[in-house]
Ligand binder design. Sequence first.
Ligand SMILES: [Zn+2]
Length: 717
Amino acid sequence: MQRRTFLLASAAAAVTTTLDPMNLVDAAQMDMPLLAPWTGPHGGGPAFQKVKVAGFKPALLEGMKRNRAEIARIAANKMPPSFANTIAALEDAGRPFGRVLSLYNIYTSTMNDKEMQAVETEMSPTLAAFSDEIVQNAALFARIKAVYDNRKTSGLTPEQQRLVWVTYRNFAQQGAALSVTGKTRLAAINKQLAGLYTTFSQNELGDEEDHWLTLEQSDLEGLPDWLRAAATAAANEKKQKDKWLIANTRSAMEPFLTYSTRRDLREKGFRMWTSRGDNGDKHDNNATITQILQLRVEKANLLGYPTFAHWITDYQMAKTPDAAMGLLLKVWAPAVARVHEEVADMQKIADAEGAGIKIAPWDYRFYAEKVRKAKYDLDESEIKPYLQLEKIREGMFWAAGQLYGLEFVQVHDLPVIRPDIRVFDVRRGGKHMGLWYFDPYARAGKQSGAWMNEYRAQERFRAATTPVVSNNTNFVPGAPGEPILISWDDASTMFHEFGHALHGLNSNVTYPTLSGTNVVRDFVEFPSQLNEHWLPTKEVLSRFALHNKTGKPMPDALVAKIKSAHTFNQGFLTVEYLACAIMDLKAHLAGAAKIDPRAFETVTLQEIGMPDEIVMRHRMPQFGHVFSGEGYACGYYDYIWADTLVADAAEAFEEAPGGYYDKALARKLYDDITSRGNTVDAGEAYRKFRGRDATVDALMRDRGFPAPAKTSSGKAG
Ligand SMILES: [Zn+2]
């Protein structure tokens, strides 16, 4: 996952160096430390020592005020519009605002206590309105359009032409080209949608908090100790003595469904969990969904598109909903076929046990676990002792050294929010290339999960500016001196987020808007998902997957078991995901039809042949990706879109003479992909790297679905 700042153009870059021409202005503003340039050794880092939560509001307001003045100057320029006085001037505008915004984003995602939440609640509508204000500035857009219209004949470099194109498209996408009436209507729609998104997520949260499964001592059969302990803690929180409580959330319910031997309770829990937002009460989301879909189609029509799906995909690598849907449907049939095989395996076990049941959705996880043990003899507790958090981090560093020639040296002379956050100076051949912040531990006020954040983008527009990026995870700190042991999935996630970090650190472009991870949404997960492939390499495991007691590397037999279990349960995982991605697109392709989500879901699942034993990973009334904002609306397909490229690119490494450590191919990956940011079209960048478009075959092979054998002569993956 990658956190994105949702602001346009001028605010996109939180960038400066000590050579930044804005410094003179900033130096005069000593009362606004959050706007000041980041100074200090190693290219300078965020000024955490100056942050006080009470300082955010005045600094944001002052930052917007200065940015507004800059925009007004650009828009009112009497000289004819040119790249320099319009597009480049926009790139340079809003730097102080960008700096405070970067700090604000770090605090809302990692230090979000009550005081910070109050600031966020107050400031987020103001920030959103500011973004609209810039987009809807007619004089500014007229100048951008003039430069855009002449971009091919005004002697611009390819990167400058790309910047003009991207800037124009960013504005146009948000309605800059609309008439005054159109803009007014669009703003009203956006405002109404924003309210509905909040309603949707609060309803979902409401059903997660107001319902739970209460268990007695006799209901605990099959639950492992750690799950019982968590259920006790949850019961204590609700002041329920001598009870065990399973919360109505994914992280609580999935393990319960996996381990509980009580089929009646699994059914009860499953029905409650999959009905979130769909109970016909005050938290019911169905009417909200209908309204959101109607407003979205109106918005798309205003912007000149037949449906919301056409509007969104036009700005992505997929370009059309048909292209996205085509991929989903190609994978659908083989994934469903695999589900039928998985269910047959499970039914066999149930029959042998004399369970006398037919596998139902609340049985899937429970029996899948039994199949996993029987087929692969793989137990998580066998793997964990070899995965020490800090060794895995060293393994990521080592692999990045092999691929990109990067070195990571911990430094202690830059401010951090908390003492347990570490800073690494990133170097290539001894030369400073950027900074990597590592914030590993869970704490109150920190968003759950793992993500990468780009504090400052690389650029060399005004002065060479090195990137500053962070990786954030939620591990529980161990006892002093004890290594933290993590799961295989967590180790994979570490490599994933580090892949995003490397995308930012390898950036080698001129303009901040086109820098680093600032690429289209269905391409951004490509470098990160690809980087996961270096974890299972023998080179990394033999050096860094070392037993925490004996120091011995993971045995080959265990590595082999992990690799052979790679395709386990892929039918289930792929189908529960694909059903959502298909539903997302179909609901947004339905045009002006007034959709009843319940009926729509039933009919659509029937049409595509959803297996009876599986439900969608997120049913519509709880599909927050799509209905609690626009971040993944018509974009749930992004994951498999990027994974198609990843599987295909991974095969390129497998076929290369040096395998995953082939120097020439690593250089190509840097030249064509990770250093390029958004200076080239994502599809073109991929074609340059691979010599052709990706096909879906590699993805099918990776997931263990039927696919043509590889035609090239390299060793098989
Ligand atoms: Zn990611």
